[in-house]
Design a protein around this ligand. Structure first.
Ligand SMILES: *Cc1c(COP(=O)(O)O)cnc(C)c1O
Length: 448
């Protein structure tokens, strides 16, 4: 019976290589992995295979442990040209934001401590002052993400009451965030007005009543309605709300502090514009066009923000110290007028075509392969649908473009590229300067 030829767990553990595994990964993990490889060996022996030796069993266990411990959240090089790629983590952080995060992570911090008074302080102060100064809002609050910001606003301000919203804005932004569902979750009653393509101010007016808690405007974000369409301007909606004592909440989705139209893109609604138009509360993301960490930001009237802060849900969606550190550092770039230089996504948006072409040319020369072609990059992240920026790509012919994409994904760091007209294409716009070496090494290896 060849099962008996298999070594015991104890034999494997006391083997020199087994001892190495214990030293590296600890007793428990090693023991478990050895048991599992023995279990698998027994199975295959019963099916008629030769029993593996100790070496093979130990090797198998080592590989299993490595596979188990390898991080699944790994850095990748984004060569897709989609700047805010949600699957790839949206916005890379600025150097200052990375450093602020590290400083907050390494030790203790003033997260909720007032140094001047030597006693408990408030977590919300860190970004609030910066946000107020940047947007001119009375008050500001940071939560985990913008979905949480909208949920908190609806729950705290409109539970068991009515929220009036245009039918054209009952959007799904992906990842399961649907405005009607969030509304239901908050306990607010949805009152739809207008039609899919046209909603008038009088539609809103007719829906306002004693049970109305809010008027909500949700930015379409990831789609466009064109043709015979209308929605009232934010000023008109705000004035209507004021006349009836109903606050207007504006979910901007991405929102932006810089004017995207200055970069050859369409105009993405700006946070400052919403506040100026009279929105009482504006919600937007930290990691879309703001270019910071995942966060949801609420700015607006102090009295409303106070109500949000007091709600129990606020505790459940509060931001952590790493987020606040990175967000504050990102906001400082805007205050100093250096956002376009320091915040990676704005550098990408502002990258001149000549520079993109020079980089693609350099890649092509380095590899001695491919052609440099014109194409378009996109903003992504549910902002500015259909809007693109002119770019230059390195295009690689391959008999099996999908196989080449797969080989690039297997590199360390993995390279994510895309296929355009049967060619594998790489867009320099979203490849950070310090990633070029890794990109070229991966390309060399993948092209053989
Ligand atoms: C993206 C978006 C959200 C959700 O923001 P997250 O920060 O991803 O949670 C909510 N509303 C709109 C309109 C959006 O575009």
């Amino acid at each position: 019976m060849s099962l008996r030829e298999l070594p015991s767990v104890d034999r494997l553990l006391s083997h020199e290589q087994g001892q190495e595994l214990v030293a590296r990964y600890g007793h428990e993990l090693t023991l478990q992995a050895l048991r599992e490889s023995l279990q698998a060996a027994r199975q295959s022996v019963r099916q008629g295979a030769e029993p593996p030796g100790s070496q093979a069993l130990l090797q198998q266990a080592a590989e299993a442990i490595e596979g188990l411990l390898a991080p699944t959240l790994r850095p990748v090089i984004n060569a897709t040209g989609v700047i805010l790629h949600t699957n790839l983590g949206r916005a890379p952080l600025s150097r200052a934001a990375q450093e602020a995060m590290l400083a907050a992570a390494r030790g203790y911090s003033t997260l909720e401590y007032d140094l001047a008074r030597g006693r408990r302080g408030k977590r919300q102060v860190h970004a609030e002052n910066l946000l107020r100064r940047l947007t001119g809002a009375e008050a500001a609050m940071v939560v985990n993400n913008n979905a949480a910001a909208v949920l908190l606003a609806l729950t705290a301000l409109a539970r068991r009451k009515e929220v009036v919203i245009s039918r054209s804005q009952l959007i799904e932004i992906g990842g399961g965030f649907r405005v009607p569902d969030v509304m239901r979750q908050s306990g607010a009653k949805l009152v739809e007005v207008g039609t899919t393509n046209r909603t008038h101010l009088r539609d809103y007016e007719a829906a306002l009543g004693p049970r109305t808690a809010l008027i909500l405007r949700a930015h379409h974000s990831n789609f466009r309605i064109i043709g015979f369409t209308t929605e009232p301007g934010l000023e008109q909606m705000a004035a209507l709300g004021k006349a009836h004592g109903v606050p207007l909440v504006d979910d901007l989705g991405s929102g932006t502090l810089l004017d995207t139209s200055a970069y050859g893109l369409g105009h993405e609604p700006m946070v400052q514009e919403s506040l100026r138009a009279g929105a009482d509360l504006v919600a937007f993301s930290g990691d879309k066009l703001l270019g910071g960490p995942q966060a949801g930001i609420l700015v607006g009237r102090a009295e409303l923000v106070r109500r949000l802060r007091k709600h129990p849900l606020a505790r459940a969606v509060r931001p952590d110290k790493l987020c606040l550190a990175a967000l504050s550092a990102t906001l400082v770039h805007y205050l100093k007028g250096e956002a376009e230089r320091e915040i990676p996504i704005w550098r990408m948006i502002a990258a001149p075509e000549t520079r993109l072409r020079a980089r693609a040319d350099a890649w092509q020369r380095h590899l001695g392969r491919g052609r440099v072609i014109r194409s378009r990059s996109t903003v992504g992240g549910g902002s500015l649908p259909e809007e693109t920026l002119p770019t230059w790509l390195l295009a690689l012919e391959s008999p099996h473009p999908n196989a080449l994409l797969r080989r690039l994904r297997r590199a360390t760091p993995a390279v994510i590229a895309r296929i355009e007209k049967d060619q594998v294409v790489l867009d320099p716009r979203t490849v950070l300067d310090w990633q070029e070496e890794g990109l070229l090494a991966a390309l060399h290896a993948a092209l053989g």
